[in-house]
Unconditional design. Sequence first.
Length: 51
Amino acid sequence: AGSGALPPYIYEENQKLSGINADVLYEACKRLNIEPEFQIMPAKRLKNSAE
């Protein structure tokens, strides 16, 4: 979970998570044979969905 863009580490590009941190997440999921499902949302909605 995270909130907001922080280029070049994490940002949204063409409705997809991009950046250095996103690359690490995608690679970790690939190595673990997990299909990632990321949802990009405002911080307030993220907080509410976590509660």
